[in-house]
Design a binder for this molecule. Structure first.
Ligand code: ZN
Length: 56
């Protein structure tokens, strides 16, 4: 129940791994906010939120 200050990380990183190779080295790609590129396999892809995660 503690509110953590938003310190430490200077930029947001995705909370997922590369869907193709599983690597975590993802960097922002393109002008779109949902574009990412994997540093391991160099694949670029977009991530779209389909749901808020609130489920039963
Ligand atoms: Zn990859």
């Amino acid at each position: 129940m503690s509110e953590e200050p938003t310190g430490g990380r200077t930029r947001q990183l995705p909370v997922f791994h590369c869907p193709y190779c599983g690597d975590e080295e993802l960097t922002p790609y393109g002008e779109s906010a949902d574009g990412w590129r994997c540093g391991a396999c160099l694949r670029a892809f977009t991530v779209r939120l389909l749901a808020t995660g609130v489920q039963e």
